[in-house]
Design a protein around this ligand. Structure first.
Ligand code: HEC
Ligand code: HEC
Length: 407
């Protein structure tokens, strides 16, 4: 009897010895993670959604309407698809001539757009100011910078960004004879001609026309392309607004995370230094950095080459730099990187810290390797600063990244 009792007492004290400290430690870890999130991520006032139902509905129709591309065969919704977290599930997008969704588009013979499609979450929020992988539309200290120069159609960077797909060669337009004569010079005037043609299509469609006049409370003669872009922006603001993620609900004490998710979070804010670039509510500093993601497929600057931010600034310091991508819902937006060269989140993380592990250097041509050395040199900042992460830590980071999806 005595010995049984001793055993029980011994067992209880053993449990206490093991568990009490780990519970306390567990609390400490959750507190550290919550505080880090408040300091580096949720450090701004939440954005209020102010959308107009009529404009949102119009924007939604246009988002899905192929007739709004010059050739009439592609819509925004062809490359920004719910199933792929509002991206398109492909490494490089397939533009004009493409059919179907996801990999079907690759087989359909459409033209390649040399960048990975970007998701649209939170793009209408006031603090989202830099658009596209190379930041070709950005608002810095209230100045809007884009290829429109002084003739910018709006001071709202999303509305300006929405103007671009319509006139971006390969994306929603192809270099046929018609386009060659109008768009060849790539000037604002030639883009205006395309906008005018699309506006005429709206004007010729009585349903659209009266819906716009009603929603914007304008005279028929006042209908302009800006109303089309604005309604699109209203739709994006409404549909792709930021909702609470699993992680945010953890930070506000509405739910818990598993111990591996918490450990991954601590690496994100600590050892992995991820938060030094992926910070703020959108998990982006909206700056440009070179990270050694390999280039796959066409590049903006020739096959296998994309100089990134350099294409906008022409400053050699910006070679191979891309805007830090936001990480909202990142679990659903594979593949990753500006050319979609990482298939999984695990690969995306490895490209930041140990790219040679994934690179099949024997299968690369000498020219491709040479190009990659340049990218590696440009990426020395990140490669020298980040700590080594083992496979278990990378796994925990992946678990954490998945908590950034809406709950
Ligand atoms: C052919 C596929 C395709 C079509 C069609 C398309 N997009 Fe995109 N979208 C992309 C790609 C690829 C990118 C990234 C391009 C880049 O950064 O160089 C992108 C980027 C964007 C961005 C910038 C997001 C960010 O994070 O900066 C917005 C906004 C956007 N698209 C809206 C639209 C709208 C609105 C339409 C319809 C008018 C549209 N797109 C049509 C493929 C497409
Ligand atoms: C020096 C700034 C910087 C640091 C530090 C950093 N990243 Fe990134 N991250 C970027 C940039 C820039 C890209 C896009 C690079 C490209 O496309 O060529 C990127 C891409 C990604 C992507 C792909 C997202 C997408 O939508 O394509 C993920 C996931 C990611 N980073 C997670 C992490 C994690 C996890 C860490 C910490 C281990 C980290 N990053 C550290 C700047 C950074």
């Amino acid at each position: 009897m005595k010995s049984a009792m001793t055993k029980i007492v011994a067992a209880i004290s053993y449990i206490f010895l093991i568990f009490i400290p780990s519970v306390v430690l567990g609390d400490l870890r959750t507190d550290i993670l919550r505080n880090a999130a408040k300091e580096f991520i949720y450090n701004t006032v939440p954005f209020e959604t102010r959308t107009d139902v009529k404009k949102v509905k119009l924007g939604e129709k246009l988002f899905n309407d192929k007739n709004l591309s010059l050739n009439g065969d592609i819509a925004c919704a062809s490359c920004h698809i719910d199933k792929f977290g509002s991206a398109d599930g492909l490494p490089n997008s397939i533009g004009v001539g493409g059919k179907g969704v996801g990999v079907e588009r690759i087989k359909s013979g459409g033209v390649i757009v040399p960048r990975n499609s970007l998701p649209l979450w939170g793009r209408a929020e006031e603090d989202f100011k830099v658009f596209f992988w190379d930041g070709k539309v950005e608002k810095r200290e209230d100045t809007l910078i884009s290829q429109f120069g002084r003739q910018s159609p709006s001071t709202n960077p999303l509305i300006v960004a929405i103007h671009l797909p319509f006139v971006e060669l390969r994306e929603m337009i192809i270099d046929t004879d018609v386009v060659n004569t109008t768009l060849k010079s790539e000037t604002v005037e030639s883009a205006s001609k395309i906008y005018y043609t699309l506006l005429e299509r709206i004007n010729n469609n009585q349903n659209y026309r009266s819906a716009f006049i009603d929603a914007y409370n304008i005279k028929p003669s006042e209908l302009e392309f800006i109303h089309i872009a604005d309604s699109n922006a209203q739709f994006i603001q409404d549909k792709f607004r930021i909702r609470a993620s699993k992680f945010e609900n953890f930070v506000t004490r509405k739910s818990n995370l598993s111990s591996s998710e918490i450990q991954g979070g601590l690496i994100f804010f600590g050892k992995g230094k991820c938060v030094s670039c992926h910070n703020g509510k959108h998990y982006s500093d909206f700056e440009f950095h070179a990270i050694p993601f390999p280039q796959i497929g066409f590049g903006k600057n020739g096959f296998g080459v994309d100089y990134g931010r350099f294409n906008v600034t022409h400053d050699p310091k910006d070679l191979y730099k891309f805007r830090t991508p936001p990480l909202t819902n990142v679990e659903n937006t594979a593949p990753y990187g500006h050319s979609g060269s990482a298939q999984t989140l695990k690969e995306a993380i490895i490209y930041h810290i140990d790219p040679l592990r994934l690179l099949k250097t024997q299968q690369m041509s000498a020219i491709e390797r040479n190009e990659y050395y340049r990218k590696l040199l440009a990426s020395n900042n990140i490669l020298l600063k980040t700590s080594f992460l083992d496979d278990n830590e990378i796994h925990q980071l992946v678990q954490f990244l998945k908590t950034l999806s809406f709950d």
